[in-house]
Design a protein around this ligand. Structure first.
Ligand SMILES: *Cc1c(COP(=O)(O)O)cnc(C)c1O
Length: 252
């Protein structure tokens, strides 16, 4: 479609939405045919695996986020880029530090301030020690949701060769989603919509599209998705309350 519109695509950005890796095998196959770079957005999937291989080992470079809401969150802003090619590393280090050259006060490119704060790094080092336990806990909680909610709403599926880190536990409600969310709120259960506006309808992109995308599934899902509370310390009694509130919200 992009080629037909006279564009010359160079990069695919794969997004590991909700905590499980994107379908990297299919993406890499297409990328190879068209000689595209593959950048992985692993903001929601740090710690996830595909056939036992960790996110961060797919594609040409992987970006992740340590924002507090992410599976491995610090207490403010933070992130990392994972790469295998050391020639890229020095360029990224330069960009991170205002485009520095051979020393701090020489600038060879226009960079940014992308330094990870030392305090955030200290928090991440501590949290990294318990990260695997937290991923296990998230998976336990997700399995419990799936069991309790099956037959009531559409529950998320993880590919058989993948391990998710459950950045979100996002269900689909095929009609009346907003009313269900409102009833949940009234019962004291916070929910969120990830995401209400599909990318191609975002004002920042909408007017720049040269090939009008037809993405009916994205549009449908933006009306159906609802994320439930999900974190490694969700107690069974709290989760039972959430489930009860949801089942009663969808059936009443
Ligand atoms: C949170 C998130 C980002 C942005 O992370 P920042 O730390 O705010 O830069 C990018 N992509 C996805 C999929 C995210 O969930």
């Amino acid at each position: 479609m992009a080629k037909a519109a006279g564009l010359n695509p160079r990069v695919v950005i794969a997004v590991d939405l909700f905590g499980q890796p994107a379908d990297y095998y299919s993406i890499m196959e297409i990328a190879q045919v068209y000689r595209l770079k593959v950048l992985a957005d692993a903001a929601q999937s740090f710690g996830a695996t595909l056939d036992g291989k960790r996110v961060g080992t797919f594609g040409d470079a992987t970006a992740t986020s340590f924002f507090p809401a992410k599976p491995l969150g610090c207490y403010g802003d933070g992130g990392a880029i994972l790469i295998n090619d050391h020639s890229i590393a020095s360029v990224l280090e330069s960009i991170r530090m205002h485009g520095k050259g051979s020393h701090r006060y020489e600038h060879v490119r226009v960079g940014i301030n992308g330094r990870l704060d030392t305090m955030q790094a200290a928090i991440l080092l501590e949290k990294l020690n318990i990260f695997d336990d937290e991923i296990e806990a998230r998976n336990r909680i997700a399995a419990r949701y799936a069991q309790a909610l099956s037959g009531h709403v559409v529950t998320p599926e993880v590919k058989s060769n993948a391990r998710s880190v459950w950045a979100q536990y996002t269900i689909c409600i095929e009609g009346g989603r907003d009313l269900v969310a409102e009833r949940m709120r009234a019962a004291g259960v916070p929910t969120a919509i990830h995401y209400p506006i599909p990318l191609h309808h975002q004002p920042a992109y909408r007017d720049q599209l040269r090939a009008a995308p037809v993405l009916p599934i994205a549009e449908m899902l933006s009306d159906q998705v609802l994320s439930l509370p999900m974190h490694p310390y969700l107690e069974p009694t709290t989760q039972d309350y959430i489930v009860e509130a949801l089942v009663s919200a969808v059936t009443s």
